[in-house]
Design a protein around this ligand. Structure first.
Ligand code: F6P
Length: 345
């Protein structure tokens, strides 16, 4: 069966990240130019399918968006399979199925993180023709070596750490910087190494604050004028405070060293994607359109060892890709160079 005039929908859901527009463009242009499909943009993630809010996408609308941060389609964190109190069971999935049919869709591309891929899998189980595209600055999606958004976030965090070095040096301070990453430490580890962090705390390595303090005091005894501590937001801590604020306070208390904290926050998620993220998003988007043409549904596109591949959505849902500190090269190399991960001196 040919794909000409096949109608496909695209949505972006969950937290945004740089590169989503490049992926939308990759899917849309390939679908239109190569396969003659009609492309419908779904507004604000799964919410747009519940509310039937859409926009017809053409080549003109897909032009000039490659370099844009955010998502032209908008996003939401709506989880349609999660029932809210007082709602009849399965209301939103039923509406999504109804509107998918009424819109004449024959396939749906879901661009999103772990939660989105799980929902995409559930919709596939409900009989919708779904292809997932992984995205997140956190780089924590199972089955793909890298997600777009991550490279941009690491660049931004690294630049921030670079800037902290000079002010830390002037004032002879300990500078704590908290970066994003949710339950995973990929941004902290990569920006920490790229930015020359002295201490890197990630959720995957349980730290002992006394060891962190000892490492900082030892640097001070060796007449190192300042120290940089990079903290992943998801580290284990005995407080509701942000990880950066908590760690800075503990360091002050345990070492007496003058300490300041910076919470980098949403700056890591905004703005134009790096060339690496644009290329990855474009390749994944183009391949998603190819999979639809070949009617390979219930799949997620991924990059593995440099190759763009597809894997079953059912393999991805409910999993998370964390750093394995026992095998990760950056952890090993960092340790060899004296980076403190808070678990030993
Ligand atoms: O998953 C991406 C991410 O930016 C995480 O790093 C962060 O914990 C979270 O989203 C913040 O989400 P929200 O947009 O809901 O504040």
């Amino acid at each position: 069966m040919g794909s000409k005039n096949m109608r496909i929908g695209i949505l972006s859901a969950g937290g945004d990240c740089p590169g989503i527009n490049a992926a939308i463009r990759g899917v849309g242009k390939t679908a239109i130019v190569q396969y003659g499909m009609d492309v419908v943009g779904i507004i604000n993630g799964f919410n747009g399918l519940v509310e039937k809010e859409t926009i017809e996408l053409n080549e003109q609308l897909l032009s000039g968006i490659l370099t844009l941060g955010g998502t032209i389609l908008g996003t939401s964190r709506l989880k349609p399979f999660k029932n809210i109190e007082g709602e009849a069971p399965h209301t939103k999935p039923d509406l999504i199925k109804k509107h998918y049919m009424e819109l004449g869709l024959e396939a749906l591309v879901c661009i999103g993180g772990n939660g989105t891929q799980k929902t995409a899998d559930l919709l596939a189980q409900e009989g919708l023709n779904v292809v997932g595209i992984p995205k997140t600055i956190d780089n924590d999606i199972w089955g793909t070596d890298m997600t777009f958004g991550f490279d941009t976030a690491v660049h931004i965090a690294t630049e921030a750490i670079d800037r902290l070095h000079t002010t830390a040096n002037s004032h002879k301070r300990v500078m704590v910087i908290e970066v994003m990453g949710h339950h995973a430490g990929w941004i902290a580890l990569n920006s920490g190494v790229a930015g020359g962090g002295d201490v890197i705390l990630i959720p995957e390595i349980t730290h002992d604050l006394n060891l962190v303090a000892e490492c900082l005091l030892e640097r001070s005894r060796k007449k190192k004028p300042y120290s940089i501590v990079v903290v992943g937001e998801g580290i284990q801590k005995q407080s509701k405070k942000s990880a950066g604020v908590f760690i800075a306070k503990q360091i002050k208390k345990l070492t007496g060293l003058e300490t300041r904290e910076t919470i980098l926050g949403y700056i890591q998620r905004g703005g134009s994607p790096t060339a690496t993220d644009r290329i990855l998003a474009t390749r994944l988007g183009a391949f998603a359109a190819e999979l639809i043409h070949e009617r390979k549904f219930g799949t997620m596109v991924a990059i593995q060892n440099g190759e763009i591949v597809s894997i079953p959505l059912s393999d991805v849902g409910g999993k998370i890709k964390l750093i394995d500190p026992t095998t990760n090269h950056l952890v090993k190399e960092g340790r060899h160079m004296g980076v403190c991960f808070g678990d030993c001196l």
